[in-house]
Design a binder for this molecule. Sequence first.
Ligand code: FE
Length: 337
Amino acid sequence: MKFISVLLISFLLLPTQLIVAAEVNVYSARKENLIKPLLDRFTEETGIQVNLVTSQADTLIKRMQIEGRNSPADILLTVDVARLYRTKEHGLFKSIDSEILLNAIPEHFRDKDNEWFGLSLRSRVVVYAPERVNVDALSSYEDLANDKWKNRICVRSSGNVYNQSLVAALIAHNGIEATEQWATDFVNNFARKPKGGDRDQIKAMATGVCDIALVNTYYLAGMLNSDQSEDIEEAAKVKLFWPNQANRGAHMNVSGAGILKHGPNQKEALQLLEFLVSDEAQHWYAETNHEFPVKPGISASNILKSWGEFKADNLDLNLLGENNQQAVLLMDRASWK
Ligand code: FE
């Protein structure tokens, strides 16, 4: 009897032991509410369970380095090309062979060795207080070094990766020497010592601390779309200006992802990445984050559309990663705190 029940129990357990649910582990530097519904949709469509670990990008990169070969991470999802580049430099990503990704994502928004891929776009733009700035006085990032802007500019610190990437782009376009001179003069125009995030620069402008700021597009869109009336009022006091429309276009950056070399679920990871460039996912992801879809032909949110068509710089983003170190050193020499 005992033998039979043991046999029966083992038999009953057998099927569940054999069925290993397909899963994929995502390390994400994006806030959970900005990505979770999309991952749920993926699970619905494929039956693949997504395990999400959310933290700061640099914390996740460090964690994967410590975990080494035993890392459970299949996908890293993060913002700013400099971080994707850093992950690649640490040898954590693997090269991905996917026609779907190559066809969906323009070449300058993905890694040249196919180790990371942009999933959404943002521009770092000029915002200005129309009460105090005549829009005709604005033109380019380069022009922000002009002393007509003395004590009028707010921007966050040089430790911020978005500023580093902008400076890396300026190095790519204008060279180190010219960019160092630019940064020195730009810093001389600061209205205050850099502090806070991009939203704080908009708030400072709304209260008259400065007249111009550099911010990523989704922060302004997020404030305009906020459920806090204070955010909306402050954002309504500033206007967006697309820089460098007469020449190369506005500076662009990405949020993106790559597949980790040591991840245990490579096949599922690729399925998820390919899902993220589907038309449906591209639209939802961009809209939810107030970003531009990376895939051409997918429409952006109404707020983004209300800012009109603009010329985007099509600089190869690989250069932003390559120039990051130089940018950090240069900003330090220019006393950009
Ligand atoms: Fe951000």
